[in-house]
Design a protein around this ligand. Structure first.
Ligand code: PMV
Length: 352
């Protein structure tokens, strides 16, 4: 039995069409579409050491050199599931997992997508080495394995624009793994910027799993899934035809719909802060005054992702720094990100 040491860097992503609601084992209720980020990523190193018996996987986990009991248990459950259903080789190994983020943990950026995709990539690298010619496409398999840990992580294994979920508008699409759609994206969207305004660093009020569950008996469930499918189809068309105006309408509508669903679920959650609404209104006003098609999106929290093309950076960043930030009472942390190229393997070593 060989030992392995593998390390991957994998990015976070921000959904433009949101995944909200799931079926079965981590299968999405609707197809989603995201942009992979560049500067917000997780770096995860896993050492696989053979065990003398088949009692694995034995797991240790540290995040930024600290143990984390809750995350450790979640990873153990995930790896146990993979051992029983997907990756029997895990029974022979002890896994020492060390991970860190390039961004502050409290920044409200979906860190689980970055972490789960980096872990899945490490697992799949070893699987590929152990079972040469296994017949899977590596990234498709990594996306599938990442999805089992966190749905949105399925999208983080690819760079650029990524779709996840069955759609007749994306060839070979599946609920089980994501696929990149960059070949049908107009070049002007390939230099997109995401400037993230962190208006609150409070921990999330509702976990994603609890959030997805809220959709099970939500009164707007069917309307939401129908509209998500239309938005997914239409956003693909906007990316292809460079329809910036409709892009803005759909992306903002998706963000507000996610929050509207949470506000009107039972129990109900209001995850926006007054500053979130203030920034949204400022962006809309700036857009109508200047004609620059800058827009916002939100994750399941109060922080605002401001999206625009790279050649609009000077005007938009002046507006952010000179108009928005000075008008907000509390301190705002700004993170400059952009469309990224996807994960990168940092090393892979094994004893022969
Ligand atoms: O991957 P999860 O289970 O953390 O769900 C992610 C849900 C949203 O971030 C709100 C939307 C999305 O599509 O990423």
């Amino acid at each position: 039995m060989r030992s392995f040491r593998v390390k991957w860097k994998s990015p976070a992503n921000i959904a433009l069409v949101k995944y909200w609601g799931k079926n079965g084992h981590q299968l999405p209720a609707n197809a989603s579409l995201s942009m992979t980020l560049s500067e917000a990523f997780a770096t995860t190193e896993v050492t696989f050491s053979p065990l003398k018996n088949e009692g694995g996987p034995v797991v240790t986990f540290t995040f930024e050199n600290n143990t984390n009991e809750i995350f450790q248990q979640r990873i153990e459950r995930y790896l146990q599931y993979l051992k029983e259903n997907e990756m029997p080789f895990l029974q022979h190994y002890r896994l020492d997992i060390q991970s860190q983020n390039s961004f502050p943990h409290s920044a409200g950026i979906a860190s689980s997508a970055a972490f789960m995709s980096s872990l899945a990539l490490c697992l799949c690298s070893v699987e590929e080495q152990l079972y040469e010619g296994i017949g899977y496409s590596f990234f498709e398999r990594a996306s599938y394995i990442a999805r089992l840990g966190s749905g949105s992580a399925a999208r983080s294994v690819y760079g650029g624009y990524v779709s996840w979920g069955r759609s007749k508008h994306v060839p070979h699409s599946s609920d089980e793994y994501a696929s990149p759609v960059n070949k049908t994206v107009h070049p002007s969207f390939m230099h997109y910027v995401d400037t993230i305004l962190i208006v609150s660093e409070k921990p999330k009020a509702v976990s994603s799993s609890a959030g997805h569950r809220l959709m099970n008996d939500h009164p707007f469930q069917l309307a939401r899934y129908r509209q998500a499918a239309l938005h997914h189809e239409e956003l693909l068309r906007c990316l292809l035809c460079e329809d910036r105006q409709r892009f803005v309408e759909i992306v903002e509508n998706e963000a507000l719909q996610l929050h509207a669903l949470m506000m009107t679920s039972h129990p109900s959650y209001i995850l926006m802060e007054p500053a979130t609404l203030f920034v949204i209104q400022q962006i809309r006003q700036f857009r109508s005054e200047t004609g620059i098609p800058v827009c916002f999106t939100l994750d399941a929290g109060p922080n605002i992702h401001v999206l625009y093309a790279k050649d609009e950076s000077v005007a938009v960043e002046n507006f952010i720094n000179n108009q928005i930030i000075p008008s907000i009472a509390q301190p705002v942390r700004v993170m400059y990100d952009r469309l990224g190229n996807g994960p990168e393997q940092l090393f892979f070593e094994f004893d022969k």
